[in-house]
Design a protein around this ligand. Structure first.
Ligand code: ZN
Length: 225
């Protein structure tokens, strides 16, 4: 069982429960291309359950019995108000903070599921599939756009810029709320830029968001924990 609880970057707990993590696939054209996926004409949505969340600041316990586990670095949005069929201004007002997440994916299993036209949950919703960073309050970040990076063993691996998203964050949240009610404490994952790849035990992952958040974590074999 996960003991995950939202935190602010100053270490204070966020007094909201995590209900669900609503994600969008293929939100950066270059990442869609690297996996030979067509760019969807509507946001491709899926949900990770609260039980998939773990603290990104702790070591990542790698399990590979179902094939390779890919990292996907994504900007995470913390929701602070209930949203159902929200307008853009309601969606914007509901954003409490931003953080970073890894949308961990059993890539081989996902490819099999995609081939069969089956849902992706077994590849993306397992326990530990969503390491989440502490959150930065929205007023401490640039208003117009966000940038983030992932370095592995101190080499740049992924760079994201929200201006390159196919669906921008505010309309994306409004769209999600037309399909699922979002509740305070829910998290939105906004898609990964190109550069995804397999986690390996021994890797050091360094993530940065807009010079406001720095997180370093390590990958370890689950059997060693
Ligand atoms: Zn993803």
């Amino acid at each position: 069982m996960t003991d995950y609880q939202h935190h602010w970057k100053d270490g204070m707990p966020v007094n909201l429960p995590l209900g669900k993590i609503v994600c969008v696939g293929r939100n950066y054209a270059e990442h869609a291309r690297e996996l030979n996926n067509p760019v969807p004409d509507e946001p491709l949505l899926f949900i990770k359950p609260a039980t998939s969340a773990v603290h990104l600041t702790r070591p990542i316990a790698l399990v590979t019995d179902k094939g390779s586990v890919h990292f996907e670095t994504e900007l995470a949005v913390l929701i602070g108000r209930p949203l159902t069929n929200a307008s853009a201004s309601e969606a914007e007002a509901a954003i409490l903070g931003y953080g970073l997440a890894l949308d961990l994916t059993y890539r081989d299993l996902q490819s099999e599921l995609k081939k069969k036209g089956h849902p992706w949950e077994r590849a993306k919703s397992f326990d530990g599939a969503c390491p989440l960073s502490p959150f930065v309050p929205v007023d401490q970040l640039p208003r117009d756009h966000q940038t983030f990076t992932l370095d592995i063993n101190h080499q740049r691996q992924q760079s994201g810029d929200t201006r390159e998203m196919l669906n921008q964050i505010v309309p994306l949240i409004a769209h999600m709320s037309s399909h699922f009610t979002l509740l305070p404490g829910d998290v939105i994952l906004t898609g990964t830029p190109s550069g995804v790849g397999p986690l390996q035990a021994g890797q050091t992952l360094s993530l940065e968001l807009d010079q406001a958040l720095f997180v370093e974590t390590h990958v370890v074999n689950a059997s060693d924990t």
